[in-house]
Write a new protein. Sequence first.
Length: 312
Amino acid sequence: MDREQAYGGPQIVGMDLHARRSVLLRMTPEGRHLGRARIDNSAAALKAQIASAGPHPKVVLEAGYGWYWAVDTLREAGAEVHLAHPLGVKMFTYRRVKTDDRDAADLADPLRMGRLPEAWIAPPRTREVRELVRYRHKLLTMRTSAKVQIHAVLAKAGLRVPVSDLFGRAGGDWLAQISLHGSYRTRVASLLRLIAFLEKKEITDIEKLTAQALADDAGYRAVQTIPGIGPVFAAVMVAEIGDVTRFGGPAPLCSWAGLTPRHRASDTKVRRGSITQQGSPLLRWACVEAVQRCTSDSSAAASSTTTAASPP
């Protein structure tokens, strides 16, 4: 590393991770800078540079784009890895001069002072399940986009859809009978093939793989006993929450998921607003959808079951 200085104690390393290159800044627990290095992103280059930080350094990087490989590589090299929460490090955006070196230092300083806002480092298995449930959601977004495009083409052709669900059986029969010409017919036919492929192949395959990955997960089975939650919502909740024991109770979990109301208090003024919406958007979507699928009968049944199971 640049300007190497002799130091044999524990080291703090701030890593400003980017898509192609990254900066590593080493310092003592007291804040004295020991050296810096810019590397081309690769596991070999990162291991070679982190070796200069001595045994078991404390390394901090932001939970940004592509952090998985860096965390796994650092742990393999014997480092104690900390993941900075993106919202917690936004306090440094006020600076007039912003460089990679300063970003790395602004990550290392809160760590050495014990004030780092940390994010949870999900284990590899949880990350794999997250990839599946998040990709399924992307596929659903693609399907929705295709359906919206078909409605737009029909509107351009001056055709009013006579059914509530254009993509149900009655809607399909109507689409087969209407008269479209040229590029309009070509586009609608292509979009219908894309929707059918997504539904019958891609989305179905991802759901099967997700169910297989969670087949031995006790939490996945347990959460499906809650009214309104089926295999899809259960997979989202298990994947996004991960180890639920890291939360002290329902309140911290709801706050982490962004389902608690905003609270702003200063002197005698107190303002409360809507939910914070900080956290996993996919988890909030699953929770809201699950609640909407609860009927009054299922809610009453769940309430009576809970009452019966409670001690007198």
